[in-house]
Design a protein around this ligand. Structure first.
Ligand code: KG4
Ligand code: ZN
Length: 357
């Protein structure tokens, strides 16, 4: 039996320093051997958001320890590694440079190929870590810096069907949390307090809701939350606003996903229709269950990454590395860090289409 590839993945594009080793079994299903993530929440908390210089310093301090831990926890040794894959973009250039340089140096020291990975492709392929998915598939990528519907035709082949024209969805969650006085990073807390609120208490705007197509817009919603938040006097009203916000997001995503299904079907022929949802906001249980129900109704098989792999991690970077390794798609050691790196390079530039923050 031939040796299965062992890939070291490294992620440092924003405020998580992460490393992971993955391989695959006899039938080609990936196996995550280790997945180490070190979050910088404590570093950035007092500033209410990510401070790039502090993030980069923290990556520099931790990267070697995190990689060492990932290797130790995998039960493998350095000599077993067949390739090193690092995130090269999009993201904060000072942060990207840390994991990218470390990965290049590591690969060159062990004399193995280096693979530069697009962070967004990592999110796009993250559900493959636990599910079998056939190309083409429809992808909804909802993270802190991106909100896009993409038709995924194959590895590295993306056609953008829709994108946010202003804020990303995770950004809308984070900004709403900030307006409600919730500590950074507040997005996940909105889901928690929304459980205690009345989702029908406030009527919030749904920008470009009736415009057709599957572009998204959340800036008007944020302005409305800002106005209402100034009138809030009780904890219960805060819960009600969080619940109303989350319900409005569900309604927007429901309508736009139906439109995205139509656009995807015009573009592709398939035996089975897959709808993949990835990125940090895919961890939101209300959004998940709404999208699962909609998929059932429209005959799609919905696929989500495991909860712990929705946010930034290095297993998803290693997953892209594994697929590229099998196709011998290696990168040169002078591959640049790319702060802007859209998945669909032909799509016109709109904020949210390729910049991570
Ligand atoms: O994918 P990710 O970890 O980082 C980026 O690549 O941006 O996504 C982080 C985003 C943050 O904006 C965070 O608030 C949001 O995902 N998020 C959530 C939840 N968990 C994380 N938003 C809503 N509900 C959640 N449960
Ligand atoms: Zn991400």
């Amino acid at each position: 039996m031939s040796k299965k590839p062992l890939i070291l993945g490294i992620e440092s594009s924003c405020d998580e320093t992460a490393a992971s080793l993955i391989t695959e079994n006899e039938v080609g299903n990936p196996i995550v051997l280790s997945n180490v993530i070190s979050s910088q929440i404590d570093v950035h908390k007092e500033f209410g958001g990510v401070v790039p210089e502090l993030a980069a310093r923290s990556h520099i301090e931790k990267i070697d320890l995190i990689v060492k831990k990932a290797i130790n926890e995998s039960g493998k040794s350095i000599k077993d590694i067949d390739a090193v894959a690092s995130t090269a973009g999009p993201g904060l250039i000072v942060c990207l440079s840390v994991g990218l340089s470390f990965g290049k140096a590591f690969a060159s020291t062990i004399n193995k190929p280096f693979i530069a990975v697009n962070h967004l492709e990592g999110h796009a392929l993250s559900p493959k870590l636990n599910s079998k998915i056939d190309y083409p598939y429809l992808l909804l990528l909802i993270s802190g810096g991106h909100s896009q519907y993409l038709s995924v035709q194959g590895l590295g082949k993306y056609k953008r069907l829709g994108t946010t024209i202003d804020d990303a969805l995770g950004e809308a969650f984070d900004k709403t949390a900030k307006l409600l006085g919730i500590e950074f990073p507040g997005g996940p807390q909105i889901e928690v307090i929304a459980k205690k609120g009345n989702p029908n208490k406030y009527t919030l705007p749904k920008p470009i809701f009736n415009k057709g197509g599957c572009n998204l817009s959340f800036a008007g919603l944020k302005t409305s939350i800002l106005k209402i938040s100034k009138t809030i006097k009780t904890e219960q009203e805060k819960f009600d606003l969080a619940a109303s916000f989350q319900k409005t997001i569900e309604e927007i995503l429901n309508k736009k996903t139906k439109n995205a299904f139509d656009e995807f079907e015009k573009l592709n022929d398939f035996k089975k229709k897959f709808f993949v949802v990835a990125g940090g906001v895919a961890a939101n249980k209300n959004i998940r269950s709404m999208l699962i129900n909609l998929s059932k109704e429209k005959n799609y098989k919905s696929v989500f990454p495991p909860m712990e792999l929705c946010g930034d991690n290095a297993a998803m970077i290693a997953m892209v590395g594994l697929e590229k390794f099998k196709l011998k798609e290696f990168s040169k050691l002078d591959h640049p860090a790319k702060p802007r790196w859209p998945l669909d390079e032909k799509a016109i530039f709109l904020k949210g289409a390729g910049v991570k923050l």
